[in-house]
Ligand binder design. Structure first.
Ligand SMILES: [Fe+2]
Length: 277
């Protein structure tokens, strides 16, 4: 090995060590901010490489009965290009969204539907860690979901959740959901077309409807998309950046990116629907 190669290896080792130390510091900050029993560095534990598609705006776990109030993002390795995490103020969206639509969302809520089909994505057996249909039905009942066994040993689960909420600490009203992440119109057009060629609307792997099961029109989703992007702010990640968001005040998305990227996500201070009353 030449002196130059030797120096390159040393500086790479040094960079990795600095990265490791920054990651440890971020973990300590999260540990201080979140009680140990609630704090989780979810990962990813590996570097992800290139995503051509953006990830839609969402509040983490807002479609479930329990969700985290605090969420941390820590940049271990920024992407070569793109990969930003745009964020938006859910109070502002609540104030700006069309009033009739807001009333519809508030009154009806949202119904999230997931279809587990054999040979496609994760199976219901892996998802529920059982082969026993009775256990699946009991888990769904406990989580406030309805389940339905469909043709070919497949499973459909439905969860009705709020679309707006009152923040438990500030008392402010927020647009709080995952409608954009689950609605089929938010898939890229090629993926949506091939999915609809394979499945009927009700059999799509993931979808979302108004809480009474009626379709959310594509036009509504287009208006929301425009509002989300004009309301949001974005910044390029730099190695070592750490941001903390209140998951009920702020929704996040992810831009497409090129090359390797590692953004760790931690969350905690879990709350549930009962805490809002
Ligand atoms: Fe997320």
């Amino acid at each position: 090995m030449s002196v130059r190669q030797d120096a390159n290896v040393s500086s790479e080792l040094c960079r990795n060590e600095v990265r490791r130390i920054k990651e440890e510091i971020a973990r300590v900050i999260c540990l201080i901010q979140l009680p140990r029993w609630q704090q989780r560095f979810l990962g990813p534990h590996h570097v992800t490489v290139g995503h051509q598609l953006k990830r839609a705006f969402h509040n983490e776990s807002s479609h479930l009965p329990r969700w985290p109030l605090k969420q941390f993002f820590f940049c271990v390795l920024p992407a070569k290009e793109g990969g930003e995490t745009p964020i938006l103020d859910c109070r502002e969206v609540y104030r700006k969204v069309d009033k009739d639509l807001l009333k519809k969302f508030a009154d009806k809520g949202l119904m999230y539907v997931r279809n587990f089909s054999e040979g496609l994505d994760v199976s219901w057996q892996s998802f529920f860690h059982t082969e026993d249909k009775n256990v699946v039905e009991e888990s769904c009942r406990k989580e406030g979901m309805t389940c339905e066994w469909t043709e070919g040993n497949n499973l459909r689960i439905r969860q009705v959740s709020r679309a707006v909420a009152k923040h438990p600490k500030t008392g402010e009203m927020v647009f709080f959901n995952q409608v954009q992440l689950h609605h089929s119109s938010c898939l890229d057009s090629a993926t949506r077309k091939s999915m609809l060629a394979l499945f009927k609307e009700e059999d799509m792997p993931r979808n979302v409807y108004y809480g009474d099961g009626s379709l959310i029109e594509d036009g509504v989703m287009e208006k929301l998309d425009e509002l989300f992007w004009t309301t949001s702010v974005s910044f390029p990640w730099r190695e070592g950046d750490l941001i903390m968001v209140d998951n009920m005040l702020v929704a996040h998305a992810r831009q497409p990116y090129v090359g390797p990227r590692k953004i760790l996500v931690a969350m905690g201070e879990m709350i549930s629907g009962a805490d809002l009353n």
